[in-house]
Design a binder for this molecule. Structure first.
Ligand code: CA
Length: 231
């Protein structure tokens, strides 16, 4: 099964006016398994962004029509889209400006394609794990390990977080005690242990204290599920 970092089905938008560099990168990225859309100008890049939404953008700063920094800030309006900037300048001021302006990473030309590939992987992995899972009004951010309900944060212990993390992979599905034990402790616990029930009870009371009623469901004799409460 492909993992989250697998390039399969990942689309990269390459905005670069230098045809030679673009051809080289398109080839390298294609060989690594990415789908690459090449746009030779800023305008074409913005059109491609709408027509074929990418998972990541590689953006050359020195474009003939629109300033790369301007494009970076427009791209950032598409929340969560990672941007790697290619730049010919390597002054510290410019780099700081780029990172503050919305670029997630940058490479100074000339660079080795292998380095670009590594940076792409890092950004895509970050994007996948930074995913926010929404179940009704609950928001679980897997990367920052935070649970929010409406505007309030619910503080979870590491085990309560692991429990939420598992149940939120498939809202509505009932997870057995064995599955929960395997996920949290890496193995089933000794028979008759009620430790899962204790963590579920604690999690439920924290959710209720925050006003989140009806999310954690007990299916007697089967297990537990997380679901959006019935309105
Ligand atoms: Ca250029």
């Amino acid at each position: 099964m492909p993992s989250a970092a697998d390039p399969v089905d990942k689309r990269i938008l390459l905005i670069e006016d230098d045809a030679e560099i673009a051809a080289l990168l398109k080839n390298e990225l294609g060989e690594a398994g990415y789908e690459v859309d090449w746009a030779a100008s800023g305008m074409k890049g913005l059109v491609s962004l709408r027509e074929n939404p990418p998972d990541l953008v590689i953006l050359d700063l020195g474009l003939p029509d629109i300033d790369g920094g301007e494009i970076a800030s427009r791209l950032k309006q598409h929340g969560g889209l990672p941007i790697i900037v290619l730049t010919a300048t390597d002054t510290v001021e410019r780099k700081v400006e780029l990172l503050l302006g919305g670029a997630d990473d940058y490479l100074t030309k000339p660079f080795h394609p292998a380095e670009l590939l590594a940076r792409i992987q890092v950004q895509l992995r970050k994007k996948d794990s930074g995913e926010v899972r929404r179940i009704g009004e609950l928001e679980l951010n897997v990367e920052s390990r935070r649970l929010r309900y409406h505007d309030g944060e619910i503080n979870l212990s590491p085990r309560e977080f692991a429990l939420m993390e598992l149940l939120s992979t498939k809202p509505g599905r009932v997870f057995s005690r064995d599955e929960i034990e395997n996920h949290i402790w890496g193995k089933p616990l000794a028979g008759g242990s009620n430790v899962v029930d204790v963590h579920v009870a604690n999690l439920r009371s924290k959710l209720r204290a925050a006003g989140a009623y009806g999310y954690l469901r007990t299916v007697r004799g089967v297990g537990y599920a997380l679901r959006k409460p019935k309105e």
